[in-house]
Design a protein. Structure first.
Length: 196
């Protein structure tokens, strides 16, 4: 009888963890040239380092990762992408048109504000909650430096040559890898609030 009660409590706790996991995913971002959000090579830091940006779940602001899970479940989840000092990812100036930059801005007090919500879709895209546009990784040559940055772009079919740059793979360690270029999302410690 006592064992059944313990088993029941463990099952309840596991269900609660799985519910939280369904809205919690870890993600690192790169803040690039002039503070723009971009993608780049992995720094080797874990997704919980102080400089990394992470998916901030809507429920209780907590983050749970399962050490035993080999690959996260591909169910769709909507949440904020946030970093240190209460900074969240959003589209620059709320301008939802192809090619506009993704920037870091103060997180809105209301965690359900759609301009800072992103949905991780089962097809591998990360979409804005406002216009269902996707995160797109782009290489740009600036003087002698090539940078990678994130922008918003209309959804496209797999036959489009740019399609691979809109697909993201969540790794077991919480990093996000761009399918098109193999680069991960990380964050620099010197990003500026609201910068491009």
């Amino acid at each position: 009888m006592k064992r059944n009660i313990i088993d029941h409590h463990l099952q309840r706790e596991m269900k609660m963890i799985m519910k939280l996991w369904s809205v919690c995913v870890c993600l690192m971002l790169v803040v690039g040239y002039s503070g723009a959000v971009r993608v780049g090579p992995s720094s080797g830091k874990s997704s919980t380092d102080d400089n990394g940006l992470v998916i901030r779940p809507i429920i209780n602001g907590s983050l749970i990762l399962s050490e035993t899970q080999q690959h996260p479940v591909r169910d769709e989840r909507t949440t904020r992408i946030a970093g240190p000092n209460n900074i969240c990812m959003e589209v620059k100036n709320g301008d939802y048109h192809d090619g506009h930059d993704i920037v870091l801005s103060p997180c809105e007090p209301d965690s359900s504000d759609p301009k800072q919500l992103w949905t991780f879709k089962a097809d591998g895209t990360i979409r804005s909650q406002i216009r269902q546009m996707v995160l797109d990784s782009l290489l740009r040559q600036l003087s002698q430096h090539t940078i990678n940055y994130l922008m918003i772009f209309s959804c496209m079919p797999p036959t489009d040559p740019r399609w691979a740059k809109t697909i993201w793979e969540l790794q077991r360690d919480g990093t996000m890898v761009n399918f098109g270029n193999g680069l991960v999302l990380t964050a620099r410690s010197d990003f500026r609030n609201g910068s491009r």
